[in-house]
Design a protein around this ligand. Structure first.
Ligand code: XIL
Length: 361
């Protein structure tokens, strides 16, 4: 998807200097021009895909959750059910049923689907890690297993996934290839192999690198830039760079222009970019200051994406605090999403609405 963003960029540059949310009682608030109460996907129009991760269990049990996904978003990512441990719980027994459910729903809702994720060091099936640990599975066999996994999964969803996170989190915070089972057993070439195998299985899907702590300029994003250049020089079919966008209000944020500059250097190599897992957590309990800071966190990532030329999807990692991964993974933290536990909009939701409305051409 190619969209010219010249007009949007001008507006957004101005918006980043001032708060885009007018104070109550100000002329703009009176006119209502900045508080459009319309679903995000409508406000996004054709300028970018606005997505959410979907928790399959919540999707099955909670009608409010289901309805909100349909009205607010035009893209979805399976939060867990496309991961290896879910799709191949026992060796050779493939189970795509939960992911297929979500894809069927996406089709009904006119939504596109991001694929997440083919190669990661987490949520790998127990039979695989145990086999490697015991020496039962050697490097040669492991390479074949990885190839089969990528081929089976990408083929199963062929033609229905617009972007695949082919490798997830393969560089550590110091900018070195992450020490994982894949690197230890297969050497650094596993990354190029993964992209080649995925491309063979679905030549039309756009194939992404994806990681956290790469939204701004850093040793880690520098390392990704070097990796992307290296892969492209070897003619590896890599098409995109995804920044997850897991922020915490206590750490502060990049500026929107730094995010745009960072994405821009990947785009200069010919890649697409995306924000793939945005959430902004905080130490609990919440208060108005933290909620306002959170809105700012969402704002800089969305503006960074809109200011970049080829950032074509912006996905939040869940949209309601009712079903967030944060409390389970970050002790004492939570409230990371756009809507609260009762699906009521938080300041962050209003901010995202305002930015989308402002950027709309
Ligand atoms: C998380 C899910 O949200 C949790 O439900 C699961 O238990 C663990 O994984 N980076 C990623 C995502 O790429 O796949 C992770 O999702 C969050 C961090």
């Amino acid at each position: 998807m190619k969209v010219s963003r010249v007009a949007a960029a001008g507006l957004l540059a101005a918006a980043s200097l001032y708060s885009v949310l007018p104070a109550a009682g100000s002329p703009a608030a009176a006119a209502g021009s900045h508080s459009p109460d319309r679903p995000l996907r409508e406000l996004a129009g054709r300028q970018l895909l606005i997505g959410t991760a979907v928790d399959h269990a919540a999707y099955t049990s909670d009608a409010t959750y289901r309805d909100r996904i349909a009205t607010e978003f035009n893209s979805i990512t399976a939060e867990n059910v496309m991961k290896w441990e879910v799709v191949e719980p026992a060796r050779g027994e493939l189970d795509f049923s939960a992911a297929d459910d979500l894809l069927a729903a996406a089709r009904r809702n006119g939504q596109q689907v991001r694929g997440h994720t083919l190669v990661w060091h987490n949520q790998v099936p127990g039979w695989l890690t145990a086999g490697v640990e015991s020496g039962e599975i050697d490097a040669d066999e492991l390479r074949g297993i990885l190839r089969k996994h990528i081929t089976d999964e990408v083929r199963h969803f062929r033609g229905r996934i617009y972007q695949w996170d082919v490798v997830n989190e393969v560089i550590d915070d110091n900018g070195r290839l992450r020490d994982t089972l894949w690197l230890r057993e297969l050497g650094p070439g596993y990354i190029a192999d993964a992209f080649r195998w995925a491309h063979q299985a679905d030549p039309k899907a756009r194939l992404f690198l994806n990681d956290y702590n790469v939204e701004g300029l850093s040793a880690k994003s520098d390392a990704y830039l070097a990796l992307a250049k290296d892969l492209l020089a070897q003619r590896v079919p890599v098409h995109g760079f995804g920044a997850q966008g897991h922020y915490g209000v206590q750490y502060g944020f990049h500026s929107a222009s730094e995010v745009a500059t960072n994405l821009g250097r990947f785009e200069a190599l010919g890649l697409e970019t995306a924000l793939t897992e945005v959430d902004v957590r905080m130490l609990m309990p919440t208060d108005n200051v933290k909620l306002q800071a959170q809105a700012q966190g969402y704002s800089v990532l969305l503006q960074g994406c809109l200011l970049a030329r080829r950032c074509n999807s912006f996905t939040v990692w869940g949209f309601t605090d009712k079903y967030s991964w944060v409390p389970g993974f970050f002790e004492g933290e939570g409230a990371a999403n756009l809507l609260d536990e009762n699906f009521a909009p938080k300041p962050a939701y209003r901010e995202v609405q305002a930015i989308l409305a402002l950027a709309r051409r």
